[in-house]
Design a binder for this molecule. Structure first.
Ligand code: MRU
Length: 340
C-alpha cells in the first residue's frame, strides 16, 4: 500500500499508525496497529474515533493484513469482528462491505487499492462538504458545534469542522462555541485542539449552557456531524445533539447536519431503527473513569450511558452532504433513499 497521511491516522513504510485521541490534547502519541485485536481495542477506547475514520482505519488494517498474506477466511472473520466493534456509525459497515466485495470479486491483492481509494475518497468528500457548507455561513456568524467532527474524525478536513475551517479560510469572521461534550469530552479535548490549530476564534462551553446562549441571541447556527442518517432524514450523532436541535428549533436557529454519503443508510427507514451504542458506567461516574482517572460520584452509582442520540428530521434545517445541501422537502420526497 502507498503511504497515506492524515492528521490522526497514517500508513507509512508498511506500518499502520494511530494518533491516540484519548491522550489528546495533552500528549500526541502515535500507536502502531498491526492486528484486529489492537484495532478493536483502540476503536472501543475511542483512541481512534469519528464515523468516517473508524471505517478508514479498519479498511487500512484489512489491506495491511492481506499484504501480510492473511488468507481469505481470516480476512472475512477480521472484517466481521471489526464491523462489530462499534454499532452506530454506518461508515464502518459500509467500508467493511466495500472491502469484502473487493475481496470476493478480485482477491486479496486488490484490497490495498480499495483501502487507498476509501482513504483518498474521504479527503475529497470532506473538501466537497466544506465547500457546500461554507456558502451557508454568513459573515460574522457565531456557530455552535458538538463533539468532534474535524481532521481527527476523518481523513480530510472533517464534516462540520470542515465547513467551519472553510468559512474561516474565506475570511468570514466567524466565532465558534464548542460544546464540551460529556461524557468523553470530545469537544473540550479535541474540537478545542482543532480550533486552535485552524486559528478559529472559539469559546468552550459546558453542554448545559447552549440553551442560554441561544436565548441571549449569541448563536446564529448549529453545525453538527452524523454517525448514521436514516432514509427519512432522522440521524444519530453524539449524545446531546438532540437537545441542541430541540433548543435551536425553539429559538428559531438554523440547525444543520454535515455528513458524507457514506454516513447515509438508505436501508434504515427512520431513527428508531438506528442501533445506539451503550457504554461503560464509569464514563459517567467521572471523567475518563474507565481508564482509571477521576471518579466523582459514588463508585456504584447506577448509570445510563448511551453514546449517541437520534435527532428527528423535522428539527433539521438542512443536510449538508458532499453532493449538495438537501432541504427538508427534498428529504421528505425521498432524496436520501437514492443517493448515488
Ligand atoms: O463517539 P465518537 O467520538 O466516535 O462520536 C463521534 C461523533 O458523534 C461525530 O459527531 C460523528 O462521528 C461525525 S464526525 C465526522
Amino acid at each position: 500500500m502507498k503511504d497515506l497521511i492524515a492528521t490522526s491516522l497514517k500508513y507509512q513504510h508498511g506500518q499502520l499508525l494511530v494518533l491516540d485521541q484519548y491522550q489528546l490534547p495533552h500528549r500526541e502519541v502515535w500507536l502502531p496497529c498491526d492486528s484486529v485485536e489492537a484495532m478493536v481495542a483502540m476503536i472501543r477506547k475511542l483512541q481512534i474515533r469519528g464515523a468516517p475514520l473508524i471505517g478508514i482505519g479498519a479498511s487500512l488494517l484489512l489491506a495491511h493484513l492481506a499484504e501480510q498474506e492473511t488468507g481469505v477466511p481470516a480476512l472475512e472473520q477480521a472484517a466481521q469482528t471489526l464491523r462489530e466493534s462499534r454499532p452506530t456509525a454506518v461508515n464502518l459497515m459500509n467500508c467493511m462491505d466495500r472491502m469484502l466485495a473487493t475481496l470476493h470479486r478480485d482477491g486479496t491483492a486488490a484490497l490495498s487499492a480499495t483501502a487507498e481509494a476509501i482513504f483518498d475518497e474521504d479527503i475529497e468528500l470532506c473538501r466537497r462538504m466544506a465547500e457546500q457548507g461554507a456558502g451557508l455561513i454568513r459573515p460574522g456568524s457565531a456557530i455552535l458545534t458538538h463533539c468532534n467532527t474535524g481532521s481527527l474524525a476523518t481523513a480530510g478536513v472533517g464534516t462540520a469542522i470542515g465547513v467551519i475551517g472553510e468559512a474561516q479560510r474565506l475570511g468570514k469572521g466567524i466565532h465558534v462555541y464548542v460544546d464540551e461534550t460529556r461524557p468523553l469530552l470530545q469537544g473540550g479535548r479535541l474540537t478545542s485542539w482543532e480550533m486552535r490549530r485552524l486559528g478559529v476564534p472559539y469559546t468552550l462551553i459546558c453542554d448545559n449552557m447552549a440553551a442560554m446562549l441561544m436565548a441571549q441571541g449569541k448563536i446564529d447556527c448549529v453545525l453538527v456531524g452524523a454517525d448514521r442518517i436514516a432514509a427519512n432524514g432522522d440521524f444519530a450523532n453524539k449524545v446531546g445533539t438532540y437537545s441542541l436541535a430541540v433548543n435551536a428549533h425553539y429559538h428559531g436557529i438554523p440547525f444543520y447536519a454535515v455528513a458524507p454519503y457514506t454516513t447515509v443508510d438508505p436501508q434504515c427507514p427512520d431513527g428508531s431503527a438506528i442501533p445506539i451504542e451503550q457504554r461503560a458506567a464509569d464514563e459517567v461516574r467521572g471523567v475518563g473513569g474507565s481508564f482509571g482517572e477521576i471518579v466523582w460520584s459514588p463508585g456504584d452509582a447506577p448509570v445510563y450511558n448511551p453514546a449517541f442520540d437520534v435527532t428527528p428530521a423535522q428539527l433539521v434545517t438542512g443536510w449538508i452532504l458532499d453532493t449538495g445541501i438537501l432541504t427538508p422537502q427534498q428529504v421528505a420526497e425521498g432524496s436520501l433513499s437514492h443517493l448515488r
